[in-house]
Write a protein that binds this ligand. Structure first.
Ligand code: PBG
Length: 327
């Protein structure tokens, strides 16, 4: 008899859809998602990114329509990337008041004040060399870059950004930006730090979308080595210490172990960035009819949440919101 009781019937809790939903541990809602947008200069532009079908570079005049669509879907937050026409050595376009991100932010906050604008704070889309900071010879100068990044964050906050998301991976960027925001009267604006950002090959399509490929070398002196796990904790804990309000782990899919580690080691919201290459791989397979896109994508995001992500940044946000709405 006792022997019999040791026989475990796991299938009891899988007998019907109702039973399965009763015991489901992880749920997706549209509130979990942040949608990235690429804003280009010029008029009447809606350029599909060739390596990211369904993702567009939009000009400012296209933004209002986009915001309507997003609000209708229940998406509450967008992440803005700027694609400026003019670039220079020091990324001036990132921090001038009439910069493309600043203009887009103002427009969104005017027409859709309830939409949260997350500003990506980096220089790579604005520098002629495509690196995330100021260069001397072939080196990215950490401390000199911090001043410009802080200036970028303040100008984004002045334009109305609700959250500052520094993605540059310079040392001390959280504290430098926190201090500059506080001094400029923005102590209420949170920092969503790209704390754990690997030097990843999964960013390829993004660099097409944002025109931010480094013109020489790579980002390995500032972004992390994909082989390192403990270093992720070092980066995450430093950013918490410096005052980060949320932490991003990026990429997501191949780094879910890191999402879990960072989640367990900290007590602030964790954001998984489902990056461009992850999107492109699935889109390509879907377009070939090799996978069933909707269940696969929902499974992937469920896995990210199960791994510990509180929020997910993804180019799939609109699709997911639509699927969840129709469920
Ligand atoms: C800017 C930045 C990058 C991404 C987000 N912010 C590119 C990079 O570091 O080269 C990548 C996002 C994606 O691949 O979807 N530094």
């Amino acid at each position: 008899m006792i022997e019999n009781l040791k026989f475990k019937r796991h299938r009891r809790l899988r007998t019907s859809a109702s039973m399965r939903s009763l015991v489901r541990e992880t749920h997706l809602t549209t509130d979990d998602f942040i949608y990235p947008l690429f804003i280009v200069e010029g008029e009447n532009k809606k350029n599909e990114v060739s390596s990211m079908p369904g993702v567009y570079q939009l000009s400012l005049d296209q933004l209002e329509k986009e915001m309507e669509e997003l609000s209708e879907l229940g998406i509450r937050a967008v992440m803005i990337f700027g694609v400026p026409e003019d670039k220079d050595d020091v990324g001036t376009g990132a921090y001038i008041p009439e910069g493309i991100v600043q203009q887009a932010t103002k427009l969104i906050k005017e027409t859709h004040p309830e939409m949260l604008v997350v500003a990506d704070t980096c220089l790579c889309e604005y520098t002629s060399h495509g690196h995330c900071g100021v260069i001397h010879g072939e080196d990215v100068d950490n401390d000199e870059s911090l001043a410009l990044l802080a200036q970028t964050a303040v100008s984004q906050a002045e334009a109305g950004a609700d959250i500052i998301a520094p993605s540059n991976m310079m040392d001390g960027f959280v504290i430098a930006i926190r201090q500059a925001l506080d001094e400029a009267g923005f102590s209420h604006i949170p920092i969503m730090s790209y704390a754990v950002k690997y030097a990843s090959s999964f960013y390829g399509p993004f660099r097409d979308a944002a025109d931010s490929t480094p013109q020489f070398g790579d980002r390995k002196t500032y972004q992390m080595d994909p082989a390192n796990r403990r270093e992720a904790l070092k980066e995450a804990l430093t950013d918490v210490d410096e005052g980060a309000d949320m932490l991003i782990v990026k990429p997501a899919l191949a780094y879910l172990d890191i999402v879990r580690e960072v989640k367990d080691a900290t007590n602030i919201p964790i954001v998984a960035y489902n990056v461009s290459g992850e999107y492109a791989m699935i889109k390509a397979a879907a377009q070939n009819g090799w996978i069933d896109e909707k269940p696969l994508v929902l499974e992937m995001f469920t896995s990210m949440k199960r791994a510990g992500a509180d929020l997910i940044l993804t180019y799939y946000a609109k699709n997911v919101a639509t699927w969840l709405k129709n469920n």
